[in-house]
Design a protein around this ligand. Structure first.
Ligand code: ADP
Ligand code: ZN
Ligand code: ZN
Length: 676
């Protein structure tokens, strides 16, 4: 019999498989779908994955090359995960080889054969009773309140089958406790639990909490691991030796021997969306995975995304509410600070400064939220009006005082600060606007004897710095904590009694239709950092638009009413989740080239005459120039997902093979969450 033909997924952007002959010395029975194989590709060797074993090729056999080596004796991945990878490739219109590349740890994308080292795993599950030997608060097992119990019961009933649950609980309502009980049940049934969190910074606290409650093998999968560590953790999960797996976005692809429950904490968080290369949404992948693996999945959050909320309204997801904080903690009170016509001192109103003093005198900690790092977002010459712009991007350079530099936050271009204006040569350069660095300096003047901790990308870049700063806050060494959205996510600050949000007005009038939703989530999440233990919390919001209707709904009636009002608005103007979008981005050396390419796509698709399809653009991207390239975009939108998918399926291959596509760099984003 003649040799079989191997169809192989290779990590290249080309949306197709490649045909090869088996290695010359292969033996029958050594070929498996899902196994890695080393092949010659152009002038290189590449690691691909066998996707099909066929008997015919479109190409003459004499043209086919032999693969070099079979790297795995059996499929590396279970069938369920292969199914997920195929689904992702179809849904996001990405080459299968690129999906495999995202799914496999780095180490396995190299030629190294897979090494298995068996280790004995600890298997016992800690009993659900308060531990007396360990005196950490984390080992205390509270008895569930009735809402928590109802949630646990509802989800437990669905063990062994697929169902998506929204666990919609205000911050501190005991969602994590619900996760812990369900993980316990999964472990008792000898099943594994996979928990995704949006940020690497959130893994240590969850790990600590789980370690205090479970005596089983827990592995963490995130980007701080070395290649080897990551591979070993992945292997523990795959072989079933790890019982609990905590990870960030990319762990959505970790293979499991016997999955029992999936959890996605802070499901609304945009970090679950991959924004470069293979642009998947880990939440949507996990839901599809749960249905393939027949597992329940919990989406936990205090501020559900509009997509998820709408899915509960449609009855696709089951909605579980935890409306009250667990234990003794109370929900914080919210107050608007009207700053119209008020003199601000470096962004701080007199009333806010006064309230801060009161809270500090009462031994409470204060948290200030300002979503802009650096000293000032603009450096301007007051003599002639010159502004420091990035030479590569349509963006201002941010002034960083400590390092005495100007930095572009989009391309990382860094320049020393000049002392005179490059246009008029006067010494009249002034920082305009306020970033966290400037706020910190101002706070040091207002509160010279208090200790102030700043958390943003600049102060936590070095390994361990984030934890060091969080520890300072937890140990009570910090009186004032200030930071960017890094502090808005998931962290527990039990002694914070006052939260102030300094500047949200940009979000109220942004052109991005999702910005109001994001603002509502951010305010609610930041507010949730306070009043977690026995201390009541207070939240102040500085704004020049105290009468803004949506802001009033958010503050007076809470996030859910606010989100439902937004849904009504989106429905009336046919925006997601009431329609489906795909964004085609193009960048080129000139704007003309980028627009021409997109106009070609538009004309081609328009010729199909699909009445429901809206094609918006081509328009220059909101940031027209980035890293020296000119950028434009084309938005496709339809009321039906299936129509949009059909169009992409038909046209993406045509676009890919068109000569005009060679003059640009282009990408497709299915379900974009950021139109920038
Ligand atoms: P979330 O994940 O919703 O923010 P957590 O599960 O972290 O909430 O719970 C917040 C705090 O309340 C934790 O300190 C937790 O130990 C405690 N807690 C949770 N459930 C209960 C309960 N039923 N009774 C008393 N305290 C509880
Ligand atoms: Zn000047
Ligand atoms: Zn730049």
């Amino acid at each position: 019999m003649s040799d079989p033909i191997l169809r192989i997924a290779i990590p290249t952007p080309l949306r197709r498989l490649f045909d090869y002959l088996p290695p010359i010395d292969y033996t029958e029975g050594s070929l498996s779908i899902g196994a890695r194989i080393l092949v010659p590709f152009r002038t290189q060797k590449k690691v691909g994955v066998i996707v099909e074993i066929a008997h015919h090729s479109e190409y003459p056999l004499t043209k086919l090359k032999h693969a070099h080596t079979i790297l795995d004796q059996a499929s590396l991945l279970p069938q369920t995960l292969l199914d997920l990878i195929h689904w992702a490739s179809r849904y996001y219109h990405v080459a299968l080889g690129e999906v495999f590349e995202a799914a496999l740890p780095n180490r396995l994308r190299k030629e190294t054969p897979i090494l298995l080292k068996s280790r004995s795993a600890k298997k016992s599950v800690k009993p659900l009773i308060a531990a007396t030997t360990e005196n950490s608060a984390e080992t205390i097992v509270p008895s569930l309140n009735s809402m928590q119990q109802q949630a646990v019961d509802a989800i437990f009933q669905c063990f062994g089958k697929y169902q998506t649950f929204l666990l919609n609980g205000v911050t501190g309502s005991g969602k994590t406790e619900v996760y812990i009980r369900l993980i316990t049940e999964a472990l008792k049934a000898n099943k594994q639990a996979l928990i995704l969190v949006p940020e690497i910074n959130l893994t240590p606290q969850l790990l600590r909490r789980f370690q205090a409650r479970f005596e089983v093998s827990i592995v963490v999968l995130n980007s701080s691991l070395t290649e080897k560590q990551r591979y070993l953790a992945w292997e523990e999960a795959r072989t079933g030796r790890a019982n609990i797996i905590i990870g960030t976005r990319s762990a959505a692809f970790v293979p499991l021997k016997s999955p029992g429950i999936f959890i996605l904490d802070e499901e609304h968080d945009p970090s679950f969306k991959q924004q470069e290369g293979f642009r998947y949404h880990a939440r949507d992948l996990m839901i599809m995975r749960a249905s393939i693996e027949q597992c329940p999945i919990i989406l936990g959050t205090a501020t559900p995304s509009l997509e998820t909320l709408q899915n509960t309204h449609m009855g696709r997801f089951q909605n579980l509410l935890l409306p009250k904080r667990a234990g003794a903690a109370t929900v914080p009170s919210l107050q608007i600070l009207d700053i119209r016509h008020k003199q601000l001192e470096e962004g701080l109103s007199a009333q806010l400064l006064h309230t801060m003093r009161l809270h500090i005198a009462n031994k409470g900690q204060v948290l200030l939220f300002l979503n802009r790092r650096g000293y000032a977002p603009v450096l301007m010459c007051v003599g002639c009006g010159w502004i420091a712009n990035c030479k590569n991007c349509d963006s201002r350079m941010t002034l960083h005082y400590h390092s005495q530099t100007l930095k572009c936050h989009h391309c990382e271009t860094t320049l020393p600060i000049m002392s005179t204006c490059p246009t008029c040569s006067q010494k009249n350069l002034k920082p305009v606007g306020i970033g966290t660095e400037r706020l910190e300096t101002a706070l040091q003047q207002h509160f010279p004897t208090q200790s102030i901790v700043r958390i943003d990308r600049d102060t936590t870049r070095k390994k361990g710095k984030m934890q060091e700063r969080l520890d300072q806050v937890h140990n009570g060494e910090a009186d004032i904590l200030l930071g960017t959205q890094m502090i808005a996510k998931g962290h527990h600050f039990p002694n914070v009694t006052l939260v102030a949000i300094l500047d949200i007005d940009n979000a109220l009038f942004s052109t991005d239709f999702r910005s109001t939703e994001k603002m509502g989530q951010l305010i609610t999440q930041v507010a949730g950092r306070t009043g977690r233990a026995d201390k009541a919390g207070h939240v102040m919001l500085q704004t020049c638009h105290p009468e803004h209707p949506l802001l009033k709904i958010l503050l007076n009636e809470g996030y859910l009413t606010f989100a439902n009002a937004l849904l009504t608005e989106r429905r009336s103007i046919h925006l997601p989740p009431f329609s489906y979008q795909a964004l085609i981005r193009a960048e080129a050396n000139t704007m003309g080239q980028a627009v021409k390419f997109l106009a070609f796509i538009k004309t081609t698709i328009k010729a199909k005459n699909i009445p429901t399809l809206q094609i918006m653009g081509p328009i220059p991207a909101p940031m027209e120039r980035r890293l020296g390239k000119h950028r434009a975009q084309l938005l496709l939108q339809d009321l039906k997902r299936s129509t949009l998918q059909k169009i992409l399926l038909e046209f993406i291959p045509k676009i890919e093979s068109s000569p005009i596509s060679k003059s640009v760099r282009w990408s497709l984003d299915v379900d974009p969450i950021d139109l920038y």
